[in-house]
Write a protein that binds this ligand. Structure first.
Ligand code: ADP
Ligand code: MG
Length: 239
């Protein structure tokens, strides 16, 4: 299967903007790794380099032992979920769910079956004929996650997928995500500045600051043994 490795990644936008200085991480199959850190610390940049949307200045992205650092995004078999849903407004939920597969020339019958399976998993069966404008934020984000799942990607990348939702909905969709990704075999890399999300969803958390991984450990370990003052201050103390 597909272990994801980041090796000494660096991204230099300009001499003064170097959000990612030297980041190395491994995410095994079935692992849910969260990149946690304050706004502007380079989380999205790391995710975008994994997805191929941004080229590293130095370092490597390796998937299943194969270097893919400069491979085009469309050739990586990764599925990305953004904060802003990025659904097609003119398409129905069913069409949005199927959209990634049509590009890959999957037979119609198989598309239909996979869309039905994912709709059932996410409780979207009743909404398949709606358009994004006719749904709540939580429903839309569920569709965005569904579109990633339909693609049966080798890696799932989620960038602050809950941050546009109100508090109640955020909690509900967070619980949904936990359940959904518990059954996925692919590596998941999740980006957030919200420590509660990081602590409840992840099998491992990488706390980022100043372009480096400050600590990489399971959530309870980060709480009980913060590696430095930054981590202690950022995650706070356990309840
Ligand atoms: P985060 O996701 O942790 O909030 P980002 O990765 O989006 O942080 O951004 C990290 C830093 O890099 C910020 O200072 C941001 O302004 C800068 N940055 C991000 N993308 C670009 C870009 N395309 N060009 C120049 N600077 C960028
Ligand atoms: Mg970001």
């Amino acid at each position: 299967m597909a272990r994801l490795e980041l090796k000494n990644l660096n991204k230099t936008f300009s001499p003064k903007v170097v959000p990612v200085k030297d980041i190395s991480l491994t995410v095994e199959d079935g692992e849910f790794l969260t990149l946690l850190g304050p706004s502007g610390c380079g989380k999205s940049t790391v995710l975008r380099m994994i997805a191929g949307l941004e080229e590293p200045t130095r370092g490597q992205v390796v998937l299943g032992g194969e270097e893919i650092t400069f491979r085009r995004p469309g050739d990586r078999n990764m599925a990305m979920v953004f904060q802003s849903y990025a659904l097609y407004p003119h398409m129905t939920v069913a069409e949005n769910l199927a959209s990634g597969l049509k590009l890959k020339n999957v037979p119609r019958a198989e598309i239909k079956q996979r869309v039905a399976e994912v709709a059932q998993l996410l409780g979207l069966e009743e909404l398949l004929n709606r358009k994004p404008g006719q749904m709540s934020g939580g429903q839309r984000q569920r569709v965005a996650v569904g579109r990633a799942l339909v693609r049966q990607a080798q890696v799932f990348l989620l960038d602050e997928p809950l941050s546009n939702l109100d508090a109640l909905l955020r909690e509900r969709v967070r619980a949904d995500l936990k359940q959904i990704f518990a059954t996925q075999k692919a590596p998941v890399v999740y980006v957030t500045h919200d420590q509660t999300e990081a602590m409840t969803l992840s099998s491992k958390v990488a706390v980022l600051n100043n372009g480096y991984v400050q600590q990489l450990a399971p959530p309870d370990r980060i709480y009980s043994h913060p590696a430095n003052l930054f981590v202690a201050g950022f995650v706070g103390s356990p309840q």
